[in-house]
Structure formats: structure tokens, C-alpha cells
Write a protein that binds this ligand. Structure first.
Ligand SMILES: [Zn+2]
Ligand SMILES: [Zn+2]
Length: 254
């Protein structure tokens, strides 16, 4: 199974794109600005979008993705997210003010977008892949996702600060081979991380001490312009792990 990194930055500027991961041809995990680099044909092939939470760096390109491919689709785009995330998108984005309400257009019985609520631990099967929401702890309701090909699993944390339930879920995941974990703030901004629900290198080190050692660690969602300093702080505390910076264009096979 193929996971292509379309965007993995905590912000924009230059080559940076915000969170969007393409799983095979038909599934997107988060819909940040990385989506905008896909060809129209690849956008039209996306049938399912799984959102970690409502923040714009993960959702801003959802209406634009749908809009660009309205005439190219046979069926609706299915958007999977927590009920709270769906409510926020309906209230604040698809409200006929910020954008048209694609969940009732062109008609309520045949809309452009269908929202599907997800729940922690309840796997959604898309083709051969099992996609399971994992607990997260962020400023708004949020999940991470386990992507399970049957023989291996990749976990993407989404946005979260240190969340015991998330790391406990990894502990019992036999097939886990790869973890994409956010590490947004530098250590000196521990208070900002606490308030906004993000990780720092020190929080990451605390979490890694309980993780099995044969897992590849990829760091995502760093602050724009602070990537090198963040990776230096992570390298100082990562112990036997050798985390690497996730990059736009990376492809993870699992
Ligand atoms: Zn967020
Ligand atoms: Zn974010």
C-alpha cells in the first residue's frame, strides 16, 4: 500500500504545504494545501477524505478540491470525521457564506459531499485498507489515524499534545511499522504547546521511551522556518530512535 505525502508542514511559505496524505488513488487523509498540487485527474479520483480535525491547515482545500472536480465525479465525495468536526465544517465552512453547502447541493438527495461520522477505535474499510481513528488531545476534538494494509500499519497522529491513550493504542499494535508524529513547537514554547495541544521535542522524548524500537519515526507539522532547530532538539533527546523529517513528495510503502 502506498501513502504519498502531499503536504506535511505546520504552515505555508515557499515549498511548504500543510497536511495532506494520499493513500493509494482514492483516499485522502486531511485536506491541507498539499492537495492543491494534485492534477485534476488525481483530485477527481479521490472518493474518501478522512479528516483529523477542523483546523484550516487540515481542511482548507476540502471545498476547493470538491469544487475543482464537480463535473468530473460520478458520485459524491465522502468526508469521514468526528461528529464535532462535521458540525464545525457545516457551521463555519459549508454555510453559504464562507462556501456553498455541498452537503445539500445540487440537491439534498444527491449532494456533492456526504459526511460520515467516525468514532475512536471503529475501523472503516476502504478497499484493502482498514482506517481506524485513534485518540488525540488537541485544542479542538481531534483524532489520529491507523492505516492498516493487513500486513503493516502506518499511524499518523494528526495534531495532538502528549496523549496517553494514543501511545497506549500504539503499544498493542503488533503490525505498526511507521509512525508519523507531529512535533510542532520548540522546547522553549512548552506553554504554547500545552495551551494549543501540540507536541514539543521533550514531550516526544517522553512518549518515545514507551514505544517499541522497531518503528520508523517521521516528524511532521513543524513550525515554518523552525524545522532545522526542531530536528536538532529532537535528535538530542531521541535516544535510540532516529527520527527523520517527513518531506513533501515522500512515499511510504507498507
Ligand atoms: Zn490543529
Ligand atoms: Zn495543524
Amino acid at each position: 500500500m502506498r501513502l504519498e505525502i502531499l503536504g506535511c508542514s505546520g504552515g505555508v511559505g515557499g515549498e511548504r504545504r500543510t497536511m495532506a496524505l494520499a493513500l493509494e488513488q482514492h483516499v485522502l487523509i486531511d485536506a491541507g494545501s498539499g492537495v492543491g498540487d494534485l492534477s485534476l485527474e488525481r483530485m477527481a479520483a479521490i472518493e474518501h477524505v478522512f479528516l483529523t480535525h477542523s483546523h484550516l491547515d487540515h481542511t482548507a482545500f476540502l471545498p476547493l478540491l470538491c469544487d475543482a472536480t464537480l463535473d468530473l465525479r460520478d458520485g459524491p465525495l465522502t468526508v469521514h470525521a468526528l461528529p464535532e468536526t462535521i458540525a464545525t465544517l457545516k457551521e463555519c465552512m459549508f454555510n453559504f457564506k464562507l462556501w456553498l453547502d455541498y452537503s445539500v447541493l445540487p440537491s439534498p438527495d444527491k449532494p456533492y459531499i456526504v459526511f460520515e461520522p467516525v468514532a475512536i477505535g471503529q475501523t472503516v474499510r476502504i478497499g484493502a485498507c482498514g482506517i481506524t481513528p485513534l485518540p488525540a488531545k488537541h485544542a479542538v476534538p481531534a483524532v489520529g489515524y491507523r492505516l492498516d494494509s493487513g500486513s503493516a500499519s502506518v499511524v499518523y497522529s494528526g495534531d495532538t499534545t502528549l496523549c496517553d491513550a494514543f501511545w497506549e493504542a500504539l503499544d498493542v499494535m503488533e503490525s505498526l511499522t511507521c509512525l508519523i508524529i507531529e512535533s510542532t513547537f520548540l522546547n522553549r514554547n512548552a506553554e504554547g504547546a500545552r495551551i494549543s495541544g501540540h507536541m514539543t521535542p521533550e514531550l516526544l522524548a517522553t512518549a518515545l521511551r514507551r514505544l517499541r524500537c522497531n518503528v520508523a519515526i517521521y516528524i511532521a507539522h513543524m513550525e515554518p522556518g523552525k524545522e532545522a532547530e526542531t530536528m536538532r532538539e529532537i535528535d538530542e533527546v531521541a535516544d535510540t530512535f532516529r527520527p527523520v523529517m517527513l518531506k513533501r513528495g515522500d512515499v511510504l510503502e507498507f
